[in-house]
Design a protein around this ligand. Structure first.
Ligand code: URA
Length: 231
């Protein structure tokens, strides 16, 4: 059994506070009868809840693709900094989306958010080897020896061993880096360990998803097909 107000807020209809007013208007019916008491307990599998005549579904699975700008931390709350959640419209936040993995405050680019915990786990876990591709501007120029060191599996200055990764030099001070894991500050630490400190970093792809058509600071919902492809 679940409280009516919880079911409605989980479905993203309104916050618990807004619901009080909304219920008073008689817009919500349970099994055809208007209900004004949010505390009513019901069985979501058996009772039919409607809002303005349309059935209210449980919280739907949602995946958002955000083009994160620099200057925002990837967390849901922070005492000092702006968080990526400030870029997410209220109606999505109400549906419980949280960031999948992390981009550093100064890193831009593709960040997924979802309300599906199992999917988030799969995307983060190195076991599933989801490829993440980054564009970096950095000091120095990547040489064949750096490419080979990345391909072999780099050992960071603190001894951490990285999985084999792809380093593709694009020109002086510019490279593309593809990883299948996401250790803390990984790209920055990998590049620094080869004497090429990163000056600018952007995540361009995650699996088959890219930033095409999504301006910096904007977002879009993944389509059903894209969500299915993620697993
Ligand atoms: N690697 C980094 O160093 N920073 C990021 O934000 C992502 C990968």
């Amino acid at each position: 059994m679940i409280r009516l107000d919880k079911l409605l807020s989980d479905a993203g209809l309104a916050s618990r506070r807004e619901l009080k007013t909304l219920l008073k208007t008689g817009a919500v019916t349970v099994n055809g009868k208007a209900v004004t008491d949010g505390a009513l307990k019901l069985d979501p599998a058996a009772d039919r809840v409607c809002f303005r005549g349309s059935p209210v579904e449980g919280p739907r699975r949602l995946v958002l693709l955000l083009h994160k700008p620099a200057g925002y931390v990837t967390s849901t709350e922070d005492p000092r900094d702006r968080t990526v959640m400030e870029l997410i419209p209220e109606h999505y936040r109400r549906q419980g989306v949280v960031p999948v993995g992390r981009l550093d405050k100064e890193t831009e680019g593709l960040l997924l958010l979802t309300n599906d915990g199992a999917l988030a786990h799969r995307l983060i876990s190195p076991r599933y080897e989801v490829e993440k591709r980054y564009y970096a501007r950095h000091e120095g120029t990547a040489e064949a020896a750096d490419v080979a060191a990345f391909a072999e599996g780099l050992r960071l200055r603190d001894g951490t061993l990285c999985r084999p990764a792809i380093l593709k030099p694009l020109g002086p001070g510019e490279s593309e880096i593809t990883l299948t894991e996401g250790k803390y500050h990984q790209v920055r630490r990998m590049m620094a360990s080869r004497g090429m400190p990163v000056l600018y970093l952007r995540r361009e792809r995650e699996g088959s998803l890219g930033l095409e058509g999504v301006e910096r600071g904007a977002l879009r919902e993944l389509t059903k097909e894209e969500m299915e492809a993620l697993g």
